[in-house]
Ligand binder design. Structure first.
Ligand code: DGY
Length: 319
């Protein structure tokens, strides 16, 4: 019997035609993202699902899909999937680690630089016609915060955290690191989280979102951060208390923030972070280069092809 697989978005990359050769593929053509209701309708009777991080794969949805044999997500993070519900049915979950490491670290570094040197604020200043002879170069004109020689604290020393550390070392930064399960990484001083927050001029988050990391950077932790420091989050919004962060930025306790991910995405326009000039924001573009997105899609297809062949996925999240 030919297996049926739902693909929730058109995919880049080179492997998609292989998937079409091995199963009956239904690709959601939009417009926009699949709603929860449309996902349920389209997935009914399917044996496989190739999804994005915007598709919520809940226990309730899974309970209505008795034929489902595998899920392959084109993402490294799997917080959009109820992994326990999948594992309870021995349904493998594929994800795409590795291929997005450097691209995501580049984004985090770019946000750190942009926030510390006020790049977006300066861009708006020029475009809005504010750069006038009365309001021009002066000793304190658009002064920011040095990255070179500063201390960077990396929260989560996995592959992306380590790639961020390599970039920081190239800029002459001292690098501190914290990981949930302690690990030694050359060139990174491993410290506890409170010490990292208290000593770092810049803090960059690179942990996955899980029960243990939800609101890890809450009001208490933000209060521990070094006065005048900068927070960068390119991991997941749910790791940081956004209201507490906005308060700390407003009060001047923190100098700036660079935020690529939000608790609710797309971020509602009344999110307080969007009103602050010292916050640089992006719409979850950490892995968004043409090459990296193609590699992620190819890996997601390879996971799906392995599952269709009854083999272990090359990148299976659940054991
Ligand atoms: C992922 O794959 O989880 C990333 O957030 C995509 O940018």
């Amino acid at each position: 019997m030919t297996k049926r697989v739902l693909v929730t978005h058109q995919l880049p990359g080179e492997r998609f035609h292989d998937l079409c050769a091995h199963c009956d593929v239904n690709v959601w053509m939009g417009p926009g993202l699949l709603s929860a209701e449309a996902l349920r309708e389209e997935l009914a009777g399917c044996h496989g699902l190739l999804c994005l991080l915007t598709d919520r794969i809940t226990a309730e949805l899974l309970a209505q899909m008795p034929d489902l044999e595998f899920v392959s997500s084109m993402s490294v993070g799997v917080d959009h999937v109820d992994t326990a519900a999948l594992s309870a049915r021995n349904i493998p979950l594929g994800h795409t680690p590795g291929v997005l490491v450097d691209t995501t670290a580049d984004t985090a570094f770019a946000l750190m630089m942009a926030a510390s040197r006020r790049v977006v604020e300066a861009d708006h200043f020029v475009r809005q016609g504010n750069w006038t002879p009365e309001n021009a170069w002066a000793p304190d004109f658009f002064t920011g915060k040095d990255v070179s020689g500063a201390t960077l604290g990396i929260v989560g020393m996995g592959a992306i955290g380590q790639a961020m550390a390599r970039r920081a070392q190239g800029f002459g930064m001292r690098v501190l690191g914290w990981n949930r399960s302690p690990r030694d990484v050359a060139g990174i001083d491993s410290v506890d989280l409170d010490k990292l927050l208290a000593e770092s001029d810049f803090v960059s988050i690179h942990v996955a979102l899980a029960d243990e990391t939800r609101m890890l950077i809450n009001a208490d932790k933000i209060a521990l951060m070094k006065p005048g420091s900068v927070l960068v989050n390119s991991a997941r919004g749910g790791i940081v208390d956004e209201d507490a962060l906005a308060q700390a930025l407003l009060s001047g306790h923190l100098y700036a923030a660079g935020i690529d991910v939000f608790e609710r995405e797309p971020v509602p326009t009344d999110n307080p972070l969007l009103t602050l000039p010292n916050v640089v924001v992006a719409p979850h573009i950490g892995s968004a280069t043409v090459n990296t997105r193609a590699r992620m899609a190819d890996l997601a297809v390879e996971n799906a092809l392995a599952a269709l062949a009854g083999e272990r996925m090359p990148h299976c999240f659940n054991p």
